[in-house]
Write a protein that binds this ligand. Sequence first.
Ligand code: OGA
Ligand code: NI
Length: 366
Amino acid sequence: MAASAPFLSQPSQASLTHTPPKRTSIKSLAELPGLTSIPPIYIFPTNANDQPFSDAKESIPTIDFSHLTSNNPDERSKVLQELGDACQDWGFFMVINHGVPESMMQAIIEACRGFFELTEEEKQEFEGKHMLDPISCGTSSNVSVDKVLFWRDFLKVFQHPEFHSPNKPAAFSEIALEFSTRVRQVARIIVRGISESLGLEGNYIDEALNLEDGLQFLAANFYPPCPQPELALGLPPHSDHALLTLLIQNEIMGLQVQHKGEWINVNPIPNSFLANVGDHIEILSNGKYKSVLHRAVVNNKDTRISIAMPHGPALNAVVAPASKLLDHENNPPAYKAMKYKDYLELQQSSKLDGKSCLERIQDRTI
Ligand code: OGA
Ligand code: NI
């Protein structure tokens, strides 16, 4: 592939694996006066399949959260059907009427903006080394394995089962605690609905994967304006590893979802959550619900901030296809059982690349 992409200039593999280069934030690069082109390390090879994207003849389905908690049985069974269809057809859906106040959503976005605007020295204190560090910030994704760097800075903070927070900016901790607590309640009710929509007991996933101790992160992305947005990516195509991610953003678009082989621009309903099925729902459902590829593109005008809240199993939970969904003749298990913590370790050692992690535990002997 490198041969067909002569503009791609990459440091040698050796220099990447032995001495990961120290990278300053994308924010400070983007703010360099007179920056009109991007350094080659940020140029993604173009891929014929990547190019066409449609402006939604179809759009991402909407789930009315209030119906999931409704006492009206017709309303509930209808929304469970819609949720199941959304997970099967799209892997993505918008969640409205979730009850998390708009002011809280604005406040967490501003708190994250405040974090990214700290000085490089202040942020350095929070640079994590490992996926399982409770607080980490940096640029790209994993600069020791990323061959092309992403046009984004990130902050990743564990919110549950133990709550962590950077101590700067001052208001961050209080806002994050309030927000993540509310979002976790929403996520657990959606997961309960997903469980029912699969024909399992409502509390099946909750109990099998010990969601009482489930891992929840706050993963904030900062995408500053890019002078050559058509060459760079904020995040390359990937699936999310957890069970369910809930995402919010400031008013700037940039998320694209793969649907029927095309990249679809996502234009979320204001103040909704954008939900997506993660790898562990794919595993649990034995592939009935797929974790869907998505990516973030950048623009040359506005800074985009998004906050993804992945909700996963407990670190020690072993995830496997639900036995009730299997039938050894017609629907044998298609994924190997694996501890969630081991999956995260596997992901840490790989580059963010499509669904490569999930593919490694798919049982190809079947
Ligand atoms: C992510 C992600 C998309 C976005 O953080 O995993 O897919 O729109 N983010 O920022
Ligand atoms: Ni994602």
